[in-house]
Design a protein around this ligand. Structure first.
Ligand code: FAQ
Length: 323
């Protein structure tokens, strides 16, 4: 046997030591030993997350040229730019697991990779921009605040930084909603329509119900996830209902009611057939989103070529390549 090949006994003891570290709340770092499944699960989840941030620029990017004032345009530009930064940051984190970013981007562009279902819905009015900040960033914060305690160090640290920016995004979105809610009847109507369209897709961001979530058990065992999909979804609903009440906006769910015994806002059944259709690529904008990413990738080829040539030239000169 090759002396570097771990024996089954080595594997078992390495696995036990790894799981003891997780149980003790230690952070796993890139050079630490980790089971192949842990590496695979993290690569899957982190790359999907990075793709979501990048594709997530498109629905809001659609409104940059049509923002109703210079102030709104500046903050929307900054927000969309932040999402690009989050995507690149998480791609870097994924690379610490030994995978090449080019391969991850290829998986996105040829349709093999998943990204969040929410970004396959269109942004039809300016109110959608407020509602995305309020609900979509709001949901992302609920999910990512918990991921900031994930067992994999680079991912957890990325989440801490990203959540700070997402909080700002949520506030700018909610502020847009507040202005519309206190505006003309037409503005209130536009806001209500946006909430009607984005409420259920926002709940779907948390993934399938716990009884139908094949990855959860492993991710919870290894403390990548610290809460289940349904627990986070419920937390989001509990936090959001009072915010809708403050806006005097109706959430489009006749079954929504407070359970005074548990303190939870109980909600109606999610349309899982819609969720699965969007994840399969059959949502209203899946095709358009991928097409936009492919075009952007092709248009950016000269930038990648120039950066590579510049790096090679600097190395040839013995100079340090700028990060
Ligand atoms: N859309 O077994 P589970 C943002 C897939 S960032 C599409 O429960 P898991 C910031 C799932 O991948 C939003 N696919 O999976 C922003 C799996 O497929 P696979 C993204 C979904 O991993 C704001 C299958 O279903 N955030 O919004 C979705 O345990 C504004 C079975 O599901 C993250 O990625 C979905 N909604 O739990 C940007 C956070 N849900 O790979 C711009 C990190 C599930 O087995 C503007 N990720 N699937 O073929 C997570 O927390 C988890 O991965 C979940 C899914 C909770 C998303």
């Amino acid at each position: 046997m090759n002396p570097t090949t771990p024996t089954p006994a080595d594997d078992a003891s390495q696995l036990a030591a790894f799981e003891a570290r997780i149980a003790a709340g230690e952070s796993i770092e890139p050079k630490d030993w980790m089971p192949e499944r842990y590496r695979k699960q993290l690569t899957r989840m982190m790359s999907q997350h990075a793709h979501s941030e990048i594709v997530g620029m498109l629905p809001e990017g659609n409104w940059i040229t049509r923002a109703p004032s210079l102030r709104r345009k500046l903050s929307l530009l900054a927000k969309v730019q932040d999402e690009a930064g989050h995507g690149l940051y998480i791609y870097c984190g994924t690379e610490t697991l030994g995978v090449d970013r080019t391969e991850l981007v290829d998986q996105l562009l040829d349709g093999r990779a998943k990204y969040s279902s929410i970004f396959n819905y269109p942004t039809l009015t300016w109110a959608d921009i407020g509602v995305i900040g309020w609900l979509v960033d709001g949901a992302a914060i609920v999910n990512q605040t918990v991921l900031a305690k994930a067992s994999y160090g680079p991912y957890a640290r990325a989440m801490i930084r990203i959540c700070k920016e997402e909080n700002f995004h949520k506030r700018q979105g909610y502020e847009i909603c507040t202005v519309l809610a206190n505006g003309t009847p037409a503005q209130r109507e536009m806001l209500q329509d946006a909430v009607n369209r984005f409420w259920w897709p926002s709940l779907m961001m948390f993934g399938p119900s716990d009884t139908n979530s094949p990855n959860s058990a492993e991710l919870l065992k290894w403390r990548v996830k610290r809460k289940t999909n349904d627990e986070l979804r419920q937390r989001f609903v509990n936090l959001t209902v009072p915010q809708a009440v403050a806006l005097r906006i109706t959430l489009p769910d006749p079954d929504l009611r407070l359970n005074s015994a548990t303190g939870d806002w109980e909600f109606g059944e999610i349309d899982w057939s819609e969720f699965h259709a969007v994840v399969r690529g059959e949502g209203p904008c899946n095709r358009e989103r991928l097409e936009a990413r492919r075009t952007a990738h092709e248009d950016g080829a000269w930038v990648r070529a120039a950066a590579t040539a510049y790096a090679a030239k600097q190395q040839g000169n013995g100079a340090t390549v700028a990060a």
